[in-house]
Design a protein around this ligand. Structure first.
Ligand code: SF4
Ligand code: FES
Length: 246
């Protein structure tokens, strides 16, 4: 179903049409307006954990990925304050893990790295935590490098709702929060995960990856080597919308 041109809300002064049931985020992206985001993948239910997509709706902050679009509402997204908040959140994600971008196999395909570029991050301001995090390379096909995990929860949700295996879960609190694997040893090799699972295909960073595939696309040819994530995300979102709703 196409957006109803009679139903619009205002986003940074621009009228955005929406379909009944669409979120502010989905309607904005379909209209070609990029809103920075990390934990939301439009192929799966939104979760609103990273808060990067926060916008101001009628004067109050909401995560746009879970905020329903309502006719006539006034939404602000591209403001100095919101972009500063997004930069700070991204900086915190970068310092609380071990993100060695120049040596990371996911460089050029990593949404955290690309979002940092799109937000114009020059440095991370805060001191690095350098936490000790376990790497699980026990599985023949899949590697889990917790150094790079941003706790977006996508693998947890997809394993539960799509693969119906509940392989991944989050445990701990605050800075000690980590991804755990459901198996007798706690290792991927002893779990029910397989290379065909959707949960291992959508990690936005280089935390869950297929072994032997990291350099199939050479550095320099990867999506965010060629386009800003803002352009790439909007183009992909609009193509997906066109395929689904015409
Ligand atoms: Fe998200 Fe990847 Fe961490 Fe899973 S492993 S929570 S998909 S960053
Ligand atoms: Fe909306 Fe993460 S993308 S809260």
């Amino acid at each position: 179903m196409s957006p109803d041109p009679r139903k619009t809300f205002r986003l940074d002064g621009r009228e955005i049409p929406f379909r009944e049931g669409q979120s502010v985020f989905d309607a904005a992206m379909a209209a070609g307006v990029y809103i920075p985001h990390l934990c939301h993948n439009p192929d799966f239910e939104p979760h609103s954990s990273c808060r990067l997509c926060t916008v101001i709706v009628n004067g109050r902050p909401f995560a746009s990925c879970t905020q329903p679009a309502v006719a006539g509402q006034d939404v602000k997204s591209d403001t100095p304050e919101l972009n500063e908040m997004r930069r700070s959140l991204t900086e915190m994600l970068l310092v609380e893990g071990n993100h060695y971008c120049p040596a990371c196999e996911k460089s050029g395909s990593c949404r955290l790295q690309a979002t940092a570029y799109a937000l114009g991050l020059q440095d991370t301001h805060f001191p690095q935590f350098f936490p000790h995090r376990d790497v699980d390379a026990s599985h023949p096909d899949i590697i889990l490098d917790r150094d790079r995990c941003i706790l977006c929860g996508l693998c947890v949700r997809i394993s539960r709702t799509v693969d119906r295996k509940n392989v991944f879960a989050m445990t701990g609190r605050g800075i000690a929060t980590t991804i755990v694997v459901d198996s007798p040893s706690g290792l991927l090799a002893d779990s029910r995960v397989s290379r065909d699972d959707e949960s291992v295909k959508h990690c936005p960073v280089g935390a869950l990856m297929m072994k032997g595939e990291a350099f199939k696309i050479p550095i320099g040819e990867r999506p965010y080597d060629k386009a800003l994530i803002s352009e790439d995300s909007v183009a992909q979102f609009q193509a997906r919308e066109a395929a689904a709703h015409g």
